[in-house]
Write a protein that binds this ligand. Structure first.
Ligand SMILES: Nc1nc2c(c(=O)[nH]1)N[C@H]1C(S)=C(S)[C@@H](COP(=O)(O)OP(=O)(O)OC[C@H]3O[C@@H](n4cnc5c(=O)[nH]c(N)nc54)[C@H](O)[C@@H]3O)O[C@H]1N2
Ligand SMILES: Nc1nc2c(c(=O)[nH]1)N[C@H]1C(S)=C(S)[C@@H](COP(=O)(O)OP(=O)(O)OC[C@H]3O[C@@H](n4cnc5c(=O)[nH]c(N)nc54)[C@H](O)[C@@H]3O)O[C@H]1N2
Ligand SMILES: [Mo]
Length: 749
C-alpha cells in the first residue's frame, strides 16, 4: 500500500469576480482561499471545487437524439442527447455550417453569442467563436449588451462619446468624490455586491471601504430606488417606484426652474436645446407642469421631500449617479437622458465631484483612478457579413425573419437564421420571456453550443461540445480597470473529455479548410506569447514595463504601477474649461438637452428631448391579476448563472429567494421562508419568500441566475425571473432589454 499523501498545489488565478487562490491535489480542485491583496474578498470562489467537478459537467461531445434521427427542431429542451466521439461531432458541426453557408449564405448563421464566458484574454469563448466564423465567411452579429445596450445608443447623442468610454474612463474617481462631493444622489443605488464583479476581474475590491470614508466625511449619500440594500449602510434611502425615476428627475428640475436655482449661464455656454425642453417641463406643451405634486403620484416621493432634495442638490457639490438597471426597462433612454439634463441645470458638469456618472458600483473598477492600459486582445478578423441586430432582439429576429426593425435611426429587415452557434453565454438564463425564446428557438435548423456545463442552453442544442473551464488551461488575465496582471496557470487536466474553445474551433476549421486562417499556425502557448508580446509593446509605449512572459509565469502575478494619484481630467472638465477648443462630438459641439438627430428619427417612444413615458408594466398599470412590480437584479452570491448547478445543491438554496414587503406578504398569507409561485400571463416560477421592510411596498425582487427548468405549462422550479419578464426593446432608438419591466402576482404554494 502506498500511503504517501499527494502534494497540494496552490496557485493564484483570476476571474470576473476577482483573484483567488486555488488548491489542487492530483487532478482535482480541493479548495479556494482569498488573495491576500484583496481588501474585500468575496465568497463566490467557495463553490468552485464542487462546480468544476459537478455531475452537470458535459463529459463528452453530445448530439440531440431527435435532431440526429429526423433533424427535429420541436423537441429542443425536452429531448435527450447521445454521446459521440470527438471526430464524429466535429465532422457533423463542420458539415452543418458548410451546408447552411452554401445553401443560404453566411447571413443565415447567427454568431452573436452574447455572454460573459470566463476571464482570461486568449480563451474568451465569444471572441474565439467570432474569429472562427470570420474565417469561414462571417455571421450575423449582435450589437451592444444586456448590461447597457440602451445607454450605448442614447448617450452618444447627448455627450458625443461612446457610453462605455464615458462610464469607464471619464468619470470622477472615488478619491475625487471623497474630496469634493457633498451630496451623492444615487438613482438605483451603488451596491458593493455588484462591484465584486467586472469583465476580466478587479483584484482590489473597495467600494464598501469608500462608502465608509464617505460616511466619515459626512458626505450625504441618498439611495433612490426600490431597495434599501442597493446602497451600503449609512446611506439615506428614498424609496421610489421602479421605472418612475424620470418623473422624479423632472420634478427636481421643475423645482430648480421654479425657484430660480437653474444655472442659466451653464446652460447658455455648454448646452443646446433647453428652450425646447423648458415648455415641456413647465407644462406649456402638454398642460401638465412637472411639479412635485405631479411626480408624487407617479414615484411615491412626497412633494416636500422632492423640494428639499432639489434645494440641497443646487446648494451643495452634487454628483448624480445612475445605476445601469434604470436603462434595463422600457423607455430606459429617458432616465438616462434626463439625469444629464438635471445635472446640466445644476451647472456642475465638469467640476470635480459634481455632474453625473453612470454605473458606479455596477462593475468593479468604475471610479478607480488609473492609467487604462489596453491590449492583449485576440484579433477577430473582419466579418464579411454586415448584418447586425441589437443584442436583446434575438427572439424577435428568430420569430420574424424578413420583418423590418428600427434601431437608432436605422431600419432594415431581420435576417433569416438557419444556424445558431453559441459559446460563452446562457441565453436561457439571460433573455427575457423565456417561454417566448423557447418557441423562437425552434426555428433554426441547427443549434451548436460549446459549454462546460449542461445549462438550459446546452440542453437545447443539437450539437454540444464540452468546453474546459479556466482552471483546465493556461491563460493570461488582465483588464484595463485593474492594476494587477496574472498568469492563469492550468491547475488541473480537462475534466472529462473537455477541450478548449480554441481547439474545438481549430477542429471545425480544419474540416472546412480554414485551419491555417484560424490558427495562423500557432498553438495555445504560441498564441499566449504572441498576444503577450503585443501587450508588452503597448505597455512600453505608456512607459509601463511588464515582466517577460516566462517571468510572469514564474511569478504568477504582478502589480503594475498604473495607479494615478491625480486622476487625468475628464473630457467634461476640459470641455468646461474651453467649450470651443474641447467641443463635444455632438452635432452642436455641446451637451444636447434637445437633439435634432433624435427628433429626426421620428420615434414616438423616444422624442427629441427627455420626457416622462411610463412603461407598459409598472405600478401605474398594476392589475388585480398582476399587481406587483418585479425587479430582477444581479445575484450577490455568483456571476449570473455561472456555478449555478453546485450552488443549487445546497439544501434549501433553490428555488431562489424573492424579497417582498410585509404589507404585500400579509394579505397573501405569505410568511418569511414560505415557498411561493410567482406568475403572470407569460409564465411562472417558484421562489422562497423573504419578507422585509427593505423593499418598497408593491415591489418584489427576484435575482437572475437560476437555471430555467420550466415551460409554458409548468412553473420553473428553480426561480429564474426571466420566465416572467417582458421581451421588448426599450424603444425603437435603443432596443435594449426591458428586464426590469414586469408585473407579477405571488401565491403561497
Ligand atoms: N431579468 C433579468 N435578466 C437579465 C439581467 C437582469 O438584470 N435581469 N441582466 C442581463 C445582463 S446585464 C447580463 S450581462 C446577462 C448575463 O448573461 P450571460 O452572460 O449569458 O450569463 P452567464 O451565466 O455569465 O453565462 C456565461 C456562460 O458561459 C459559460 N462559460 C464559462 N466559461 C466558458 C468557456 O471558457 N467556454 C465556454 N464555451 N463557455 C464558458 C458559463 O458556464 C455560462 O453558462 O443577463 C442579462 N439578463
Ligand atoms: N455579484 C454580482 N455582481 C454583478 C453581476 C452578477 O451577476 N453578480 N453582474 C454584473 C453585470 S453583467 C452587470 S450589467 C451589472 C449590473 O449592474 P446594475 O444594473 O447596477 O445592477 P442590478 O443588480 O441589475 O440593479 C441594481 C438595483 O437597481 C434597482 N432598480 C431596478 N429597477 C429600478 C428603477 O427603475 N429605478 C431605480 N431607482 N432602481 C431600480 C433594483 O432594486 C436593483 O437591486 O452588475 C454586475 N455585477
Ligand atoms: Mo451585464
Amino acid at each position: 500500500m502506498n500511503d504517501e499523501i499527494p502534494p497540494i498545489r496552490t496557485k493564484v488565478t483570476t476571474s470576473h469576480w476577482g483573484a483567488f487562490k486555488v488548491h489542487a491535489c492530483c487532478d482535482r480542485i480541493i479548495g479556494t482561499s482569498p488573495f491576500e491583496h484583496d481588501p474585500e474578498p468575496n465568497r463566490i470562489p467557495d463553490i468552485i471545487p464542487q462546480a468544476v467537478h459537478h455531475r452537470s459537467r458535459i463529459a463528452r461531445p453530445s448530439i440531440r437524439k431527435g435532431w440526429l434521427a429526423t433533424r427535429d427542431r420541436q423537441a429542443r429542451g425536452d429531448d435527450t442527447h447521445v454521446e459521440v466521439p470527438w471526430d464524429e461531432a466535429l465532422d457533423l458541426a463542420a458539415s452543418e455550417i458548410d451546408r447552411i453557408r452554401k445553401s443560404h449564405g453566411n447571413e443565415a448563421i447567427f454568431g452573436g453569442s452574447y455572454g460573459w464566458a470566463s476571464a482570461g484574454r486568449f480563451h474568451h469563448a465569444p471572441g474565439q467563436l467570432h474569429r472562427f466564423l470570420n474565417t469561414v465567411g462571417g455571421y450575423v452579429a449582435a450589437f451592444g449588451s444586456y448590461s447597457t445596450g440602451c445607454a450605448q445608443a442614447i448617450m452618444p447623442h447627448v455627450f458625443g462619446v461612446p457610453f462605455l468610454k464615458y462610464t469607464y474612463a471619464s468619470q470622477d474617481s472615488w478619491e475625487t468624490i471623497a474630496a469634493h462631493t457633498e451630496t451623492l444622489v444615487m438613482f438605483g443605488g451603488v451596491n458593493p455586491k455588484n462591484s465584486q464583479v467586472s469583465m476580466g476581474g478587479v483584484t482590489q475590491h473597495e467600494t464598501a471601504t469608500w462608502f465608509r470614508r464617505f460616511n466619515e466625511k459626512k458626505i450625504r449619500c441618498i439611495n433612490i430606488g426600490p431597495q434599501r440594500t442597493d446602497a451600503p449602510q449609512g446611506c439615506d434611502w428614498l424609496p421610489v417606484h421602479p421605472a418612475s425615476d424620470t418623473a422624479l428627475m423632472l420634478a427636481l428640475a421643475y423645482v430648480l426652474e421654479n425657484e430660480a436655482l437653474t444655472d442659466k449661464a451653464f446652460l447658455a455656454r455648454y448646452t443646446v436645446g433647453f428652450e425646447r425642453f423648458r415648455p415641456y417641463l413647465i407644462g406649456d406643451t402638454d398642460g401638465r407642469p412637472k411639479t412635485p405634486e405631479w411626480a408624487t403620484a407617479l414615484c411615491g416621493v412626497k412633494p416636500d421631500d422632492i423640494r428639499a432634495l432639489a434645494r440641497r442638490m443646487a446648494g451643495t457639490r452634487t454628483l448624480i449617479t445612475v445605476a445601469w438597471s434604470l436603462q434595463r426597462g422600457e423607455h430606459g433612454e429617458q432616465p438616462y437622458w434626463m439625469s444629464a439634463v438635471l445635472a446640466a441645470m445644476l451647472g456642475q458638469i465638469g467640476l470635480p465631484g459634481g455632474g453625473v456618472g453612470y454605473g458606479y458600483g455596477a462593475i468593479g473598477g468604475i471610479g478607480k483612478s488609473m492609467k487604462r492600459l489596453e491590449g492583449m486582445t485576440l484579433d477577430q478578423g473582419s466579418n464579411p457579413v454586415d448584418k447586425v441586430i441589437p443584442v436583446a432582439r434575438i427572439a424577435d429576429m428568430l420569430l420574424n425573419p424578413g420583418a423590418d426593425f428600427d434601431f437608432n435611426g436605422h431600419r432594415g429587415p431581420y435576417p433569416d437564421i438557419r444556424l445558431i452557434y453559441w459559446a460563452g453565454g446562457n441565453p436561457f438564463h439571460h433573455h427575457q420571456d423565456l417561454n417566448r425564446l423557447h418557441e423562437a428557438w425552434k426555428t433554426p435548423e441547427t443549434i451548436i453550443v460549446n459549454e462546460p456545463w449542461w445549462t438550459p442552453t446546452a440542453k437545447r442544442a443539437d450539437i454540444v461540445f464540452p468546453a474546459t473551464t479556466s482552471y483546465e488551461r493556461e491563460d493570461v488575465g488582465r483588464t484595463n480597470l485593474d492594476d494587477f496582471l496574472f498568469h492563469m496557470p492550468q491547475i488541473i487536466p480537462p475534466v472529462g473529455e473537455a477541450r478548449n474553445d480554441f481547439d474545438i474551433f481549430s477542429g471545425i476549421a480544419e474540416r472546412m479548410g480554414a485551419r491555417q486562417a484560424f490558427t495562423e499556425g500557432r498553438n495555445v502557448e504560441a498564441w499566449l506569447r504572441h498576444l503577450y508580446a503585443s501587450y508588452a509593446e503597448t505597455a512600453a509605449q505608456s512607459d509601463i514595463q511588464v515582466p517577460a512572459f516566462d517571468e510572469l509565469r514564474e511569478k504568477n502575478w504582478v502589480k503594475l504601477p498604473l495607479k494615478t494619484e491625480t486622476p487625468t481630467p475628464s473630457f467634461l472638465s476640459r470641455f468646461r474649461e474651453d467649450p470651443q477648443r474641447h467641443a463635444l462630438d455632438t452635432p452642436s459641439g455641446r451637451i444636447e438637452i434637445f437633439s435634432a438627430t433624435v427628433e429626426g428619427f421620428g420615434y414616438e417612444d423616444c422624442p427629441g428631448h427627455p420626457v416622462w413615458l411610463p412603461p407598459r408594466e409598472w405600478l401605474g398599470t398594476a392589475t388585480l391579476k398582476a399587481p406587483l412590480h418585479m425587479v430582477s437584479p444581479q445575484p450577490g452570491d455568483k456571476l449570473h448563472s455561472q456555478l449555478e448547478s453546485a450552488l443549487a445543491d445546497v439544501q434549501g438554496a433553490r428555488p431562489e429567494t424573492i424579497i417582498i414587503n410585509p404589507v404585500d406578504a400579509k394579505p397573501r398569507g405569505i410568511a418569511d421562508g414560505d415557498l411561493v409561485k410567482v406568475h403572470n400571463d407569460r409564465g411562472a416560477c417558484h421562489a422562497r419568500s423573504k419578507v422585509s421592510e427593505d423593499i418598497a411596498p408593491g415591489v418584489v425582487a427576484l435575482p437572475t441566475g437560476a437555471w430555467f427548468a420550466g415551460s409554458m405549462n409548468f412553473a420553473d422550479p428553480n426561480g429564474n425571473p426571466n420566465v416572467l419578464t417582458l421581451d421588448l426593446g426599450t424603444s425603437r432608438l435603443g432596443q435594449g432589454c426591458s428586464a426590469h419591466t414586469a408585473l407579477v402576482e405571488l401565491s403561497r404554494l
